[in-house]
Structures are given as C-alpha cells and as structure tokens.
Design a protein around this ligand. Structure first.
Ligand code: FAD
Ligand code: NAI
Length: 464
C-alpha cells in the first residue's frame, strides 16, 4: 500500500479548489478534491458570479425593452412582459451547464471527487464522510459565506442573503438592501430593473468601499439616476418580520433618532467571512487570524508543512479570478515549479450598467505613497459610447509622477469589465502612461477612452 492515498487533496471545489485540482493533475500529481455541495464550482458557479450574471444580463435586456430604450433605437416590440419563471430557469440552466462542465473536467483530468465535507484528522489526513484519506499535500480552498448581521435573522423568505436574493419567486414592491457593496448593488440593480423599489442602507458615507473615490461618487450618482435610493451614513439596528413583511429600524451611523422602513424583502449583504468551521484546523495544528482567515506565505504555504491555502479563506480580495490564479500557483509550487500571483494587479468589476471596474491603486492610495499624475477622459467624448447612447462614466489613469509607470486604472462604462483586462496586462508588463498613449487602439471602440485617459496624464488628449 502506498504511504499516501493522494499526492494532493484539495478541500473545496470552488474556483480556487477546482482549478488547483485540475492543474495539480495536469502536472502528473495524483489528486482528489473533497466537496460537500451536490455540484462542483463552489460559491461562484452555484450561488455567486454565474447566477448573478445570468439575472443581471436578463434583467438588463428586459429593462432595455420595457423601458423604451430599444424603441428609441428603432426596435419596436409592442407590449413587453416579464416572465420571472423563465428568467430563473435560464439562470438555473447556466449553473447546470457550467457545474456539469467542471465534473467533466475532473473526469478528463482524473481528479477524484470525494463527496462530502472534509475535516482534518491529522496533519496529513482528513475524513470525508466515512472515508479517511492521507495526502502528501492538502490545499484548503473552503471559500467564504455570508457575514451575519447581529439582530437580523435570515429566513430566506423575507430576509434573504445573496443566495435567497437570487431566487425570489416574486418581484418585491420594496427591497431594502443592507450594505452598498458589490452584492448589494448588483442584486439591487437586478430587482430594480424588473420593477422593485430599491433602497440601499449603507453604514459608510459612500458606497463601494475599496474603490477609487471619484468612482464611488460618480457611480452613486448614476445608480440614483436609475432610481435606487441611498441611505448612506446609516446603520440598521434591527429587522422584525410580521405577516410576510419586514420593518427595518435604522439610525444615523453617528448617532441620532431611529426610524423604521417597511419592505417586502430585505437583502443582507454586508460582506463575507472565511469558511473554517468544521474543518478541525486545530487537529492539523493550524489557527486563524483575527479576521478568521488562514494566513499563508507568498507560496500559499501555511505554517504547517504540507498544508496550503488559497482563495476566499486567505487574506486578499474575495474574487473568483484571484482564487483561480492562486489555485494554479499553489499547484505549481507543490509540483516544484514557481507559482506566482501578483496581488498588486487584481482587477475588480461590478457588473451593473454601466459596469464599474478598476485595477491597481486608487488615486487616494497612490497619493499616500508619493507624487502622481492623473489623466481622466469622459465617455461622453468617446465616439462609440456616444453612438451607443452611453455617455455616462469615464476612464482614469493614475501614473507615478517621476517614472510615469501606471499605478491604477479606473473605468465606468458599459464594457468596463472587458476593458480593464487591457489595463491589468499593461500594468503587469510595467507599462507607462506613455506606452498606453502610443499604443494603437481600434476605432470606434470604448477602449480608445483608455488611450485618451493615458494621453491626459501628460495633458494632451485629442477629443476633449
Ligand atoms: P468558494 O467558491 O466559496 O468554494 C468553496 C467550496 O468549498 C464550496 O463549494 C464549499 O461547499 C466547499 N467547502 C467548504 N468547506 C468544506 C469542507 N469542509 N469540505 C468540503 N468542501 C467544503 N467574484 C468574482 O470574481 N466575480 C463575480 O462576479 C462574483 N460574483 C459574486 C456574486 C455573489 C452573489 C457572491 C456571493 C460572490 C461573488 N463573487 C464574485 C465572489 C466569488 O464567488 C468568490 O470570490 C469565489 O467563489 C471564491 O472561490 P473559492 O474557491 O475560494 O471558494
Ligand atoms: P462588500 O464588502 O462589497 O460590501 C459590504 C458593504 O456593507 C460595505 O459597503 C460596508 O460598508 C457595508 N456594511 C457593513 N456593515 C454594515 C451594516 N451593519 N449596515 C450597513 N452597511 C454595512 O460585501 P458584499 O457586497 O457582501 O460582497 C462580499 C464579497 O463578495 C465582496 O468581497 C466581493 O468581492 C465579492 N463579490 C464580488 C462580485 C464581483 O466581483 N462582481 C460580486 C458580488 C460579490
């Protein structure tokens, strides 16, 4: 009998875990992946990135048709009806296709799926269901789950988390969203587009913490214009449910009189916390930090030799592409190669309309580090955006004042999520704003706004 059952055992089959397992198998390592869910793909494919984008896409098309935008372009449809069941069915279909795809990839790469939740029984062993296995390397990729709000009970009927908000059977008349972060704005947008009144209650003075200051200000203005109401600088002190309706008690964050807001549904989206409960980390000799995360070094090795960790369960942004890149890197490190993730260049995208995207430093963070030059170009000056009747938003390029090296790029426009890849690649290659300004960009594209913003860094854009 071999000393170990596997060279690599991954715990969790989200974008971090399944990618790590496939890469490890591709590198010739005997690999298994434990997953407790019925389907592979983790939060992202089952209840996160994919279902939210399925609803965002469908609700955007509905609003374009029902709101008369298509008619203005000469596309007349007569009466437009919402078929919420069909909208949900295409969401479920998207999940089914993609989670099944991962199962296929596991089979193709000979990754064994151990069905069930894993718990450590030693430094190199775990129990999954009735089976105990030993592995030379164990990668913890257990992801994250919703942060609860004390005093607010999630019943997934009236008071929901993101999973419940993806599955509402009826359009609420009034949806109150607690937390003006990425989930609140994406799912708030979905339900507003199909007819709900949406109120976002945010503790801080501005929405989207972590994003560039100009972007936070401009995006709140745009969401307001779309009809979302904001109660910033406001905290929720309690939610009661009676007769299928919710009463939300709010107070100014800095103190003051309480008031009550009535709603049909409440979405709690105040952040996510790492999943480590039930793993028996102590048995393996591991502990978590103050934020509940497992700390690793640059190679994703934990303090216990042979145990590694990646994705939402370790520090850093909770993003699928960050988890995926860490999955590849950790597998390569285990195989004796050099797996690296550049955590300074991880793009972030909010998939609303317009999309909001950024990579690298915010202007505020860049200014704290030293002198910078900033170039900004409004989408109203971009011919393609104007032609498509999308004048909102801008591109902002932040460069080091001395070296001209690009430190951050922020974008608000319909295709910002696609455009930001160019900025990330330029930054990964150490580009200066001049490099971008002198790169030929196809016309007419939204991407020309990146070139113009780069030209604006030294004060010479053409179209404003
Ligand atoms: P997860 O995807 O959380 O996967 C972890 C898996 O581990 C889960 O399937 C869980 O069942 C399993 N698991 C946990 N404990 C055990 C155990 N003991 N044994 C066995 N299995 C276990 N990110 C983006 O980049 N883009 C987006 O558009 C986006 N949209 C999102 C929308 C929503 C509504 C939400 C909630 C999140 C979204 N995210 C998005 C974030 C993204 O889903 C996460 O960053 C990503 O899924 C993290 O990947 P992971 O592999 O670390 O963990
Ligand atoms: P978030 O961290 O993005 O936003 C939470 C918001 O809630 C913050 O603005 C915070 O100030 C506010 N808040 C916290 N406590 C509050 C309280 N008591 N009352 C009112 N407001 C309060 O978290 P969110 O939106 O839950 O998303 C979780 C994670 O999922 C994020 O880290 C994000 O990276 C990831 N995600 C990514 C997406 C994407 O990449 N497009 C989409 C959805 C989620």
């Amino acid at each position: 009998m071999a000393e170990y059952d596997f060279d690599v055992l991954v715990i969790g089959a989200g974008p971090g875990g399944y990618v790590a397992a496939i890469r490890a198998a591709q590198l010739g390592l005997k690999t298994a992946c434990a997953e407790g869910r019925e389907t592979l793909g983790g939060t992202c494919l089952n209840v996160g990135c994919i279902p939210s984008k399925a609803l965002l896409h469908a609700s955007e098309l509905y609003e374009e048709a029902a709101g008369g935008h298509l008619a203005k372009l000469g596309v007349k449809l007569g009466s437009v009806e919402l078929d919420l069941d069909a909208m949900h069915a295409q969401r479920v279909d998207a999940i089914k296709g993609l989670t099944g795809g991962i199962e296929f990839l596991f089979k193709k790469n000979k990754v064994e799926w151990l069905k069930g939740y894993a718990a450590f029984t030693g430094k190199d062993s775990v129990k999954v269901g009735d089976r105990e296995v030993r592995a030379k390397n164990i990668i913890i990729a257990t992801g994250s789950s919703v942060t609860p709000l004390p005093g607010v009970e999630i019943d997934q009927k009236v008071v929901v988390d993101s999973t419940g908000a993806l599955e509402l059977a009826k359009v609420p008349e009034h949806l109150v969203v607690i937390g003006g972060g990425v989930i609140g704005l994406e799912l708030g947008s979905v339900w507003r587009r199909v007819g709900a009144k949406v109120t976002v209650v945010e503790y801080l003075d501005q929405i989207l913490p972590g994003f560039d200051g100009d972007v936070r200000k401009e995006s709140q203005k745009l969401f307001k214009k779309q009809g979302i109401e904001f109660r910033t600088g406001t905290k929720v002190t309690g939610v009661t449910v009676k007769g299928g309706k919710a009463s939300i008690t709010v107070k100014p964050a800095k103190g003051g009189a309480a008031e009550t807001i009535e709603a049909d549904n409440v979405l709690v989206s105040i952040g996510r916390k790492p999943n480590t409960d039930g793993l028996a980390l102590d048995v393996a000799g591991l502990a978590v930090n103050q934020r509940g995360q497992i700390e690793t070094d640059h190679d994703f090795a934990t303090s216990v030799p042979g145990i590694w960790a990646i994705g939402d369960v370790i520090p850093g942004p909770m993003l699928a592409h960050k988890a995926e890149d860490e999955g590849i890197a950790v597998a390569e490190n285990i195989a004796g190669l050099t797996g690296i993730v550049n955590h300074d260049v991880i793009p972030s995208v909010v998939y609303t309309k317009p999309e909001i995207a950024g990579v690298g430093l915010t202007e505020e963070a860049a200014r704290e580090r030293g002198e910078v030059k900033v170039g900004k170009f409004p989408m109203a000056g971009n011919s393609r955006a104007k032609t498509n009747h999308e004048p909102d938003g801008f591109v902002k390029v932040i460069a080091d004042a001395k070296t001209d090296r690009v430190l951050g790029v922020w974008i608000i426009t319909s295709v910002a999520g696609t455009m930001v890849a160019q900025a990330a690649q330029a930054m990964e290659f150490g580009a200066t704003s001049e490099d971008i300004a002198y790169t030929c960009h196809a016309h007419p594209t939204h991407s020309e706004a990146i070139k113009e913003a780069a030209m604006a860094v030294t004060g010479k854009p053409i179209h404003i």
